[in-house]
Design a protein around this ligand. Structure first.
Ligand code: GLA
Length: 585
């Protein structure tokens, strides 16, 4: 095997494993409520409300500040805080000021503190919100408050000196300051040759931007310790969702959410097929909650509940964005529901697997408790629909009975068998907790353990990458979205491209891997290899349209790797499937 062979087994489960964000972060961020008009009084009042209302006790711990806190970068490279809006940062004799009093106050409330920067030289608001309050001031150089070139020193200041626990790192600085952009042509900002060209993966430079986030992430952990949290905000551009699991604790999958139904649906769609890219310590981020605003305000409890239902089933971060100083009992009841929050925070960390039938959507999430699934149903449309989930989708034995709990109603329903149907009003949703008998009690299908799978290599290059929002490796489906079928029946498994390598965190819990891999296109055969802690334990070859059979001995393996190989002609490799793959105990 060539030494630089990207398909060579690593023996590692190479997602971020610092200890941060073992469940999706929960908290509050001012952006959706106040945009740039943020100040310390508001943030501290919200923090107090978070504690007094009981939200903190339900798990909302992070109070994050977003864009708008930096006044300037001083000639010596240090950042100066805007002390007129954050008065506690004023320190006699200090040119920069300090956020330590502010984070001390949050920590004293039992909360954690988050802050914001940009991976480039300038932030998003500088580019997109000309004229808003709280823009940085001074010369072109002084207004370069982003962390490009300052990753280590900024993270030292932010984590070691100011004691933040969390940082969101935006990416406008490497996307929106091209030589042709108006604020650059006017001389207000220096040009930054774009590493992200929005909507254009081949013209972007995913490797370079991943490198910047990797270096910044190292500095976050060096100065912030093992639980310091890094939120990557590159909106799913430049393949950031694909490399995010190795670099950040959460990574945006879409453009900014807006407070309307259509935008929320788009953000669901940006993430719902991405279960293989999320797990403890590394979460897909469809953006902060818009509950409390627009289509999700107190007058729209159905929509607000649907928004919350979908974020919890997708194991999304739960960052509230409304002004908690003016609480609303109906909204509070939604976002504080302990059984719903428990689904989002489930220890197994599996993101739900989505299915669509017209406007009806169902998402099935395997929970940590034995035989237990959370099931979310969503009506995307404006007329009532019936939605259903089958025992096959739940992985339950045909004919077996399951216990059903309606999570929002906090009510145990009658036991069900083979199929559950619900009728949903316009924009309505339902959330169930279902406990049944797994079809194969001695094994775990890979479908039911996406959090323990990392797509280390997906077989695609940036030139032939799938468009943004599409995932090159999927649970139960091909990368095109067709269900994995054998003998006319859906069989589950992982669909991916050839020349891929998947790392499975087996953690010594399994004895065999059983699968019937298939080649779904192309002309030549594909080799399927199974490695257990870097040792090749089985290898089979299959021709296009054909299946092979694998029973691999993986006893005592910590990391099992599933590799597919076909000599490359430089184009997009054929799709393959690890059909019916399961780990036998
Ligand atoms: C970008 C981010 C938002 C917010 C703003 C701040 O648009 O995606 O979440 O942080 O910048 O300027």
């Amino acid at each position: 095997m060539a030494q630089n062979d990207p398909l060579a087994p690593s023996g590692r489960f190479a997602v971020v494993q610092s200890g941060a964000a073992q469940t999706p972060p929960m908290g509050w961020n001012p952006w959706n409520a106040f945009h740039a008009d943020v100040d310390e009084a508001k943030v501290r009042a919200v923090a107090k409300a978070m504690v007094d209302s009981g939200l903190a006790a339900r798990g909302y711990r992070f109070v994050n500040i977003d864009d708008g806190w930096a006044l300037r970068r001083l000639a010596d490279g240090r950042l100066q805080i805007r002390s007129n809006t954050f008065p506690s940062s004023h320190v006699e004799g200090s040119a920069t000021g300090s956020f330590k009093p502010f984070t001390d106050a949050l920590h004293a409330l039992g909360l954690k503190a988050g802050i914001y920067t940009d991976i480039g030289r300038n932030t998003c608001m500088q580019r997109w919100d000309a004229g808003v309050p709280n823009l940085p001031v001074g010369s072109v150089a002084e207004r370069q408050v982003g962390s490009f070139g300052y990753a280590v020193t900024d993270m030292r200041t932010i984590f070691a000196d100011w004691r933040f626990d969390y940082i969101k790192v935006d990416a406008c600085g490497v996307a929106d300051y091209t030589p042709a952009d108006p604020p650059v042509t006017s001389g207000a900002y220096n040009a930054f040759p774009p590493l992200i060209v929005r909507g254009n993966i081949p013209a972007s430079d995913p490797k370079a931007i991943e490198g910047l986030y990797a270096a910044l992430g190292d500095a976050v952990r060096r100065w912030g310790g093992e639980t310091a949290t890094l939120s990557i905000c590159a909106w799913g551009e430049a393949l950031s969702v694909l490399w995010g699991p190795r670099r950040g604790n959460l990574y945006r999958t879409s453009p900014d959410i807006e407070s309307n139904w259509k935008s929320m649906l788009a953000n669901i769609d940006s993430v719902v097929d991405g279960a293989l890219y999320a797990g403890p310590g590394h979460w897909n981020d469809p953006d902060m909650l818009e509950i409390g605003h627009g289509d999700f305000d107190a007058a729209h409890p159905t929509e607000a509940r649907s928004h919350f239902t979908m974020w919890t089933i997708m194991a999304a971060p739960l960052l509230l964005g409304y002004d908690l100083r003016h609480p609303d009992p109906a909204l509070h009841a939604i976002v504080s529901n302990p059984e719903v929050i428990a689904i989002d925070q489930d220890a197994a960390g599996n993101q739900g697997i989505g299915y669509r039938d017209g406007d009806a959507m169902v998402v099935v999430r395997t929970l940590a408790a034995a035989g237990t699934r959370a099931v979310a149903f969503l009506n995307r449309g404006a007329v009532p629909v019936e939605a259903r989930v089958s025992w096959r989708q739940l992985g339950f034995a045909p004919g077996s009975h399951a216990r059903v709990r309606d999570v929002w109603a906090r009510r145990d329903d009658a036991a069900a068998s083979d199929l559950i149907r619900v009728t949903l009003p316009a924009h309505g949703s339902a959330l169930l907790r279902v406990t049944g008998t797994p079809a194969d009690p001695g094994a775990v299908p890979l479908d039911a353990m996406p959090a323990r799978i990392h797509v280390a290599v997906d077989g695609l290059s940036r030139a032939n990458a799938l468009p943004m929002g599409r995932f090159p490796a999927r649970v139960g489906a091909t990368p095109d979205g067709a269900p994995l079928i054998a003998g006319g029946q859906p069989v589950g498994g992982i669909g991916v491209f050839a020349n891929s390598r998947l790392e499975v965190h087996a953690d010594r819990a399994f004895s065999r891997l059983v699968a019937t891999p298939r080649v779904l296109g192309g002309t030549g055969p594909v080799r399927f290899q199974v490695y257990a802690d870097r040792r090749l334990v089985q290898e089979v070859s299959a021709a296009p349209g054909k299946a092979a059979s694998i029973v691999a001995d993986i006893r005592f393996a910590s990391v099992v790797e599933l590799v597919t190989r076909q000599p490359s002609n430089g184009g997009r490799p054929p799709m393959v499937a690890w059909s019916a793959a399961r780990m036998v105990r």
